[in-house]
Every structure is written in structure tokens, then in C-alpha cells.
Ligand binder design. Structure first.
Ligand code: SF4
Length: 386
């Protein structure tokens, strides 16, 4: 009921957002087998006027704070020229409230060169690269549009970062092929000197309507995989941090643990996605641009940065319908799930893709990325510290 009350109260005050995603373009130069993006062939580039309008939009309604992370993502951001980012960065530097924002870019790394590295350094942009491990695993799913592998190009990008003295974190998508390959995957990441790793499961969401992980014994296999990953990270000769462990331990020591609000993806405007055309979406970033049900707003966009204010979006009946259904899903999770306090209702995009509705509970994503990860990390903490 708490979630429903927040969504339905007449004058909701949302923000500041924890995460603001700028989609400089939806286009991607490669074609991964598990990609969720519906418009990855759309070459439209965000107009610089849209960047300015987006800055004004978030300022008008106090939707950002100094802690808000701005991420260039939701397409391959490096398919837009460096010169465009230089102009966009000048706008952000000049007009962003609280000085230049904390920024990151999530990239497939295939286009990184020395010129990009100069930009990242100049504007202090943190870099996340998508790498699934050694070539025989990475190239099986992360392929060019003509079907070739992309790992060699991605590693050239990583080398350019290293030459420039830039650190990067890697996000590794785990599919069925990876489950028995924890050692080769960690041999690769440790051998290449990665110190910050995150593991995403191959999710059913957005345009990706199936997963190689949809198997009856996947939970136990994923638990063995993840436990082995943590073993290898713990035994490395240099410090390796794993995102999932950091997130969970931060949550456990949070004085508000247990009474926290819905997950970021389920809480209105905690995540704001701005499309290359200036349309605004919230909740799971994977919803932005997605064709939903007949009653859903086109692309799950609730307005645009030029014409709408937050209050306009909150008044829309299609926004309210989506927000109410997501809140009902969180309420159902709270009532039924033993993992609620470490998950807080999961990811609406996965619920929609797997159940066809937002007011559902368990998904493949939450079973592995929330439940199994929690079990593995807590068992290790008990073993090591109790
Ligand atoms: S783990 Fe799944 S069922 Fe449990 S709270 Fe999260 S989304 Fe809901």
C-alpha cells in the first residue's frame, strides 16, 4: 500500500534522480544476440538543442542533485562523433546545476581510440566496457552486423584506455555458455588486469524475448558460477571488486535497510531516460522506446523535454496506469518474497517481458541476479566472518 499511496497522492514530489540516461543515439554499430534495444538501427542523433532543453527540463523541476549520475547509453554512444560530445559537454559544463555532472559512458569499446580517451580524460567521464570474457565466449553473442566477432576490436579499445592511463570497469553478460566457464572468464579478466567487474545475466527484456538461461537447473549452475567468480576475485594478487558484492554489502550496512522505498527501477523518476529525440521515460531504462501493450504510452514515453514539465507527465492517465501497476507489483513482491529487502521489487521491464504485466513478482532476472546472488554473497560472508 505504501507504494500505491506514493504514486496516487495528488502532489507527488519526485527527484532528484539517482540516474539520468542520455541517449545520444539509439544506433549501435554491432548486433549482439541478446540485445534488448528496439531501435538499434535508428541512426538519429540527439540535436544539441535537445541537450540544452534536457538540461532546462531537469533544472526546472529539481530533478537532479550533485549525486545524480549522468550516463551516455542506450545505443552505442561512440557512434556519435567526438566533436558532438565536445559541444554537448560545453553545454553541460556551462548550464548543469551544481557544476559539471558526474558522468559515465557505457560502450562496447570497439570504437575507442586516442581521441576518445582525450575526451574521457578532459571531462572526467568514467568508462564502462561490455566484455563477456575470452574471445570464444564473447564472440559467440557479441557480433558485428555481418556476423563477425567483436572481441579483438573491443580489446583494442581497452588498450587505448590503458595507454591513456584510464581505468575502466567491465560488465560481463552471463549466458548458458558462461555457466561452466567461470575459470576461463576470470582467467581473461584477471589476465587483462581488470579491477572492477559486474555480471549481468542474459535477461528477457525489451526486444530480447528469450534467454539461454531459461533452464530448470539454472539457479544451481549460476550459484556455482558466481561463487567461483568470487573465489577467483578474492584470490587475485591485486584487488578486484565485484559490483554485485559491493551493492549488497552497501545495502546491508545502510541504516535504512529494511525500510527503504521501491527499487530504483520501480520508483517514479529515480531513473530518467531521455531519448535521442528528447522524449522522457522513467522506471526501467529498457522500457524507453519499447512497444508495449495497447494501453501503454508509445515507447513508454511520458512527455518530452521541450514541451512538458514533470507535473504534465504525472497527470497523464497512461503514466498513472503504468505507475500504479508497477507499484502493485512492488506491493506483491513485498508480501510474498523473502528477498524483498535486498531487491525491493525488482525490475518492471523484466516483469513485463516475462509475465506481460507489471504487477507480477518473480522473474528469471530476479531469481538469478537478486536471489541467487544474495544467497551466494551471504553464505560467503557467514563463512568468512561468523
Ligand atoms: S527477488 Fe523477485 S520476487 Fe523478490 S522482491 Fe525481487 S522482484 Fe520481487
Amino acid at each position: 500500500m505504501a507504494e500505491l499511496a506514493k504514486v496516487l497522492r495528488p502532489d507527488p514530489v519526485y527527484g532528484p534522480a539517482g540516474l539520468l540516461i542520455f541517449q545520444s543515439t539509439a544506433f549501435c554499430n554491432i548486433d549482439c544476440g541478446y540485445c534488448y534495444l528496439p531501435s538499434r538501427s535508428d541512426r538519429h542523433r540527439m540535436a544539441l538543442g535537445t541537450v540544452s532543453a534536457a538540461i532546462e527540463f531537469v533544472k526546472r523541476d529539481n530533478l537532479v542533485s550533485p549525486e545524480t549520475n549522468v550516463v551516455w547509453h542506450a545505443g552505442e554512444p561512440l557512434t556519435v562523433p567526438v566533436s558532438w560530445y565536445r559541444q554537448a559537454e560545453a553545454l553541460l559544463t556551462t548550464h548543469w546545476p551544481y557544476g559539471p555532472p558526474r558522468q559515465a559512458i557505457q560502450t562496447n569499446a570497439t570504437l575507442i581510440n586516442d581521441e576518445w580517451c582525450c575526451l574521457f580524460k578532459e571531462y572526467n567521464i568514467r568508462v564502462g566496457v561490455s566484455l563477456d570474457g575470452p574471445a570464444h565466449i564473447h564472440d559467440a553473442r557479441r557480433r558485428t552486423r555481418s556476423g563477425g566477432g567483436t572481441q579483438a576490436a573491443a580489446m583494442r579499445g581497452v588498450s587505448a584506455l590503458r595507454r591513456a592511463g584510464l581505468d575502466c570497469h567491465a560488465i560481463c553478460v552471463v549466458g548458458e555458455q558462461s555457466l561452466d566457464a567461470a575459470d576461463p572468464i576470470m582467467d581473461f579478466f584477471l589476465g587483462e588486469g581488470f579491477t572492477h567487474l559486474g555480471f549481468n545475466i542474459e535477461e528477457i527484456e525489451g526486444e530480447n524475448r528469450q534467454s539461454t538461461l531459461r533452464q530448470s537447473d539454472v539457479a544451481s549452475r549460476f550459484a556455482r558460477f558466481f561463487d567461483r567468480v568470487l573465489d577467483r576475485a578474492a584470490r587475485s594478487t591485486f584487488g578486484v571488486s565485484v559490483r554485485e558484492v559491493n551493492s549488497l554489502t552497501a545495502l546491508l550496512v545502510d541504516p535504512h535497510f529494511g525500510d527503504s522505498r521501491a527499487s530504483s527501477e520501480s520508483y517514479p523518476f529515480d531513473i530518467i531516460s531521455i531519448s535521442s529525440r528528447g522524449q522522457v521515460s522513467t522506471f526501467s531504462p529498457e522500457l524507453a522506446g519499447l512497444t508495449g501493450r495497447a494501453s501503454d504510452p508509445p515507447g513508454f514515453f511520458f512527455g518530452d523535454v521541450v514541451h512538458d514539465r514533470l507535473e504534465d507527465m504525472l497527470k497523464r492517465t497512461d503514466y498513472q496506469r503504468v505507475a500504479r501497476e508497477i507499484a502493485e507489483g512492488v506491493t506483491a513482491c513485498r508480501a510474498t518474497c523473502a528477498y524483498f529487502d535486498v531487491c525491493r521489487g525488482g525490475a518492471p521491464a523484466n516483469k513485463l517481458a516475462e509475465h506481460g504485466r507489471f504487477d507480477a513478482t518473480e522473474t528469471l532476472f530476479c531469481r538469478l541476479a537478486r536471489q541467487v546472488v544474495s544467497d551466494v554473497v551471504l553464505a560467503r560472508l557467514e563463512r568468512d566472518f561468523l
